[in-house]
Write a protein that binds this ligand. Structure first.
Ligand SMILES: [Zn+2]
Length: 346
């Protein structure tokens, strides 16, 4: 079965988060800048490998592709996003398992993606198991823009050299929010925002100026998760305590459990076989994957250490910007895409 993604078949509304070092955050009187005015990257660990659960197996899937990976790889340019332009013959598909969950995940990457297979396994391994279990597929592609990520249905798609715990957690939070029927849009969370005097960061504050509660909810989830995993905030989070309490009540089961709960895990989407013209390029060595791995190689990108003392997760510092929401209608199915765009200085 062939899926043709045509521009006319899509109607898109995009939600994107932009983070930049120039941090020209918009403000309003009620949410002046957020607890972390420069963004949540202060909560990122110094390197991924130290905090990630190592994958236990990796298996190439040379002849099949998750339907959603196929569609994403061939995505055309639209007003919010550039075309991805990954030839199907360059799309690698592999299956990864972790020791803390009975399910496995299909991951897809274009052969020129900045993130290697090991990087993807490592990044995904940073999610707590029950949160990881909410996500269906992880994808990685190259981008001509700054590194960014978005969620599409239950998939997380990463562009460029993006290795931020805060970003992957933010994206997984959107999946969780959606799968649980809109935790961010409940009266209890909206009441909490009204009672509080700040949001998590400039990004959440910017979203609030547009009445978007999904982004502040996701950023609150990141802050709550950081604390529940043993992180110590240097900033006084009292100004967003009501949001933290609500999100903790809604989601602590997804943060604190040491194993995934399969009854809450997402299910795999449809797969289809590659056509003869889309057979995986022989130059791609995916067929040579080891049958199993006991450890993930350390990330080449080490984050600067910080003075934030935590047991499991550590830090760095971060940046600014705006949001948009992406609502896609394709294949007769209404699809919602939330996009987090990360602009950061190198
Ligand atoms: Zn977002």
């Amino acid at each position: 079965m062939r899926f043709e993604l045509s521009t006319s078949s899509l109607s898109i509304a995009l939600t994107a988060l932009f983070l930049s070092t120039t941090a020209t955050a918009q403000t309003n009187s009620r949410y002046p800048k957020g607890l972390y005015s420069e963004g949540l990257k202060v909560l990122d660990p110094p390197n991924l490998a130290s905090s990630a659960v190592s994958a236990t197996s990796l298996r190439a899937i040379p002849s099949e592709i998750p339907y959603s990976c196929y569609g994403t790889a061939l995505s055309r340019e639209n007003k919010e996003l550039p075309a991805i332009n990954c030839a199907i013959s360059s799309l690698e598909v592999f299956e990864v398992t972790y020791p803390d969950c009975e399910r496995s995940w299909k991951m897809c990457r274009c052969s020129d993606a900045d993130l290697s297979r090991e990087d993807m396994m490592e990044l995904f391994g940073m999610l707590s198991p029950n949160l990881r279990a909410q996500v269906r597929n992880l994808m990685a592609f190259k981008t001509s823009k700054s590194a960014h990520a978005y969620t599409s249905n239950e998939d997380v798609v990463v562009f460029g050299d993006l290795r931020h715990w805060t970003v992957i957690t933010h994206e997984a939070a959107h999946v969780l929010d959606s799968r649980k029927g809109g935790l961010s849009e409940t009266a209890v969370y909206e009441d909490a925002i009204k009672k509080d005097t700040c949001t998590a960061d400039y990004y959440a504050a910017n979203a609030m100026t547009r009445g978007d509660v999904k982004e502040p909810w996701a950023q609150t989830f990141v802050v709550n998760t950081f604390r529940k995993l043993g992180g110590v905030l240097k900033a006084d989070a009292g100004c967003m305590q009501n949001q933290l309490d609500v999100v903790a009540d809604q989601t602590d089961d997804f943060v604190k459990k040491s194993r995934c709960d399969m009854s809450m895990a997402t299910t795999e989407g449809p797969m289809f076989e590659r056509s003869p013209s889309e057979v995986l390029d022989k130059s791609i060595t995916i067929e040579n994957f080891p049958a199993s791995l006991t450890a993930v190689s350390p990330s080449k990108t080490a984050y600067p250490s910080s003075d934030i003392v935590i047991r499991m997760k550590e830090s760095e510092d971060e940046k600014s910007a705006g949001t948009t929401a992406l609502r896609t209608t394709g294949w007769g199915i209404a699809t919602s895409i939330l996009m987090l765009q990360l602009w950061y200085m190198n």
